[in-house]
Design a protein around this ligand. Structure first.
Ligand SMILES: [Zn+2]
Length: 382
């Protein structure tokens, strides 16, 4: 290369690189500037570190109640959410749930509906059901109760009548039916090692993955006027085409990402990008992050330690930063193998190309779809 061409070439390359960085930063700046809702969290209570984060990121979090078989935990969450979401509507909204312990009581349906009515009056924007339906509870004949069981019909009809949304975490990622992960206690980061009751690969008498998916699909089909949101990408996280099939079949159905972003990162870049663009009105941002400075463990609530708060804060920033970059930029993002709750942050072992979604799509996924699918979730978010 001659000196002259070097003089031209080097600054040109430098300018090009700058444009790329600027473009990707501009997308991130845009995403940071717009209002965002994380539709799937498990925030226990209002905490100053959370409010600071939500102000910095211009975000609001929706907290989902769980624990249909553990009423103490369920009541801790519901009672907490009733209070702190109404005190701080700028930062928090909530979704309720219902108990399954007394399901054989003849007054169960009536009592559940009464309780839901009260929760809606206290601002709950929806109702969550969990995988214990389908994978845990049984009827008097010893059969696993599926989500399309007639026992739930009046409850779902009531939710529809009230104009609220059902968010369904039904089933597990398909790996729960495979010996992909060793069920070993010395691998504490692996979910099914900690919760072997939801690992079905070696239990032949349990429902299959496709049985559970079919029951969920049947529920959506049977209630065409009920808004149903599939949590965790509807447990179909391994293939966007499988999600697309349901979105095509059921206009009353949408999905939220809820801690399954890595499965999207692992699929073909072009296919995933197309999925987001084609179904831009039906996908919501969600992380499944928990938090608050009160913790619930072994039926007791206790104050989180400073070290735990620091860890939560670090995780909060790490995950949102990673996910924002993946959705908004076309960066080559260094990624670790896994993002695991209690484990140290992973060392990067490969790169994932960001999707660089158009601004209009980011607006919908991060905010507009949450408002459309969970009316009232935006209340107080100025
Ligand atoms: Zn969750």
């Amino acid at each position: 290369m001659t000196n002259l061409s070097k003089q031209l070439f080097v600054p040109l390359i430098f300018a090009l690189l700058l444009t790329v960085v600027e473009k990707s930063n501009a997308q991130l700046d845009y995403l940071m500037s717009i209002k965002k809702i994380d539709i799937h969290t498990h925030i226990n209570n209002d905490a100053p570190f959370l409010r600071k984060f939500l102000d910095d990121y211009n975000m609001k979090v929706n907290t989902l109640s769980t624990g249909g078989l553990d009423t103490a935990r369920m009541n801790f969450r519901i009672n907490g959410a009733t209070e702190f979401t109404n005190e701080q509507p700028r930062y928090y909204s909530w979704v309720t749930t219902f108990e399954l312990v007394n399901r054989d009581d003849p007054n169960w349906t009536k009592n559940v509906i009464k309780k839901l009515k009260n929760d809606f009056e206290h601002g709950a924007v929806g109702v969550k059901i969990w995988k214990d339906i389908g994978m845990d509870i049984k009827n008097s004949d010893g059969e696993f109760i599926q989500v399309n069981d007639p026992m739930f019909k009046p409850i779902f009809e009531f939710i529809e009548e009230q104009g609220k949304t059902l968010i369904a975490h039904i089933g597990e990622p398909i790996q729960a039916w495979m010996p992909t992960y060793p069920i070993s206690k010395d691998k504490p980061g692996i979910y099914w090692a900690k919760h072997p009751q939801f690992s079905f690969w070696d239990k032949a008498d349990r429902p299959s993955y496709s049985d559970i998916m079919a029951a969920r699909d049947n529920l959506i089909a049977k209630h065409p006027n009920l808004r149903v949101v599939g949590a965790h990408l509807a447990s179909l996280e391994f293939d966007v085409n499988e999600i697309a099939k349901r979105l095509e079949s059921y206009p009353n159905f949408a999905v939220e990402i809820g801690g399954r972003m890595r499965y999207l990162m692992w699929q073909a870049h072009g296919k995933v990008r197309e999925f987001f663009i084609k179904y831009q009105d039906r996908i919501m941002y969600g992380t499944d992050l928990s938090g608050g400075d009160i913790k619930w463990k072994n039926n007791l609530e206790r104050k989180a330690t400073n070290e735990e708060i620091e860890k939560m804060n670090e995780r909060l920033h790490y995950r949102h930063d990673l996910f924002f970059r993946y959705l908004a930029t076309d960066d080559d993002i260094p990624c670790g193998n896994y993002i695991i709750g209690d484990m140290p942050l992973p060392e990067p072992t490969y790169t994932v190309k960001g999707l660089a979604l158009p601004k209009k799509v980011l607006d919908k996924i991060f905010y507009e779809n949450a408002v459309k699918w969970f009316p009232g979730v935006e209340k107080g978010f100025k």
